[in-house]
Design a protein around this ligand. Structure first.
Ligand code: NI
Length: 134
């Protein structure tokens, strides 16, 4: 059984590599390499898999996941510039893929190991990435 809690955060980012020339960054990242940054309204789905506890009828109390999402994701990334404000991305290009890995690692560290964790990160209405540790 899988249950899901959603959290949203609004963040700015710029996709580029410091060790590449402007030409190379523009060729690979295009508009996403805008030096003045741009923003997304990210939606993160946190999917937790486990057995239904016969006593409570819950896989997990979603209040626990709500609080984790707030402390680990929302308070860390909402209304931040990922490149400038967030040490997680100091040397990591904040693509949707890399943001998903960072979010998964933060949540995994705080979640009881009896649960499986997978996440889906929507960067736009049409673009989504999924990560479950690989
Ligand atoms: Ni972007």
């Amino acid at each position: 059984m899988k249950v899901c809690r959603r959290v949203t955060f609004n963040s700015a980012h710029r996709l580029y590599r410091k060790d590449w020339s402007d030409e190379q960054n523009n060729a690979i990242f295009g508009k996403c390499n805008n030096p003045n940054y741009h923003g997304h309204n990210y939606i993160l789905e946190i999917w937790i898999e486990g057995n239904i506890d016969p006593e409570t009828g819950y896989v997990i109390d979603l209040k626990i996941v709500k609080d984790l999402a707030k402390s680990e994701i929302e308070e860390r990334f909402d209304h931040r510039n990922l490149n400038l404000d967030c040490p997680e991305f100091k040397d990591l290009n904040p693509t949707a893929e890399n943001i998903a890995v960072v979010c998964w690692n933060l949540l995994r560290a705080k979640l009881d190991s009896k649960y499986d964790l997978s996440i889906r990160l929507w960067e736009t209405e049409n673009n989504v990435v999924e990560y479950n540790g690989h």
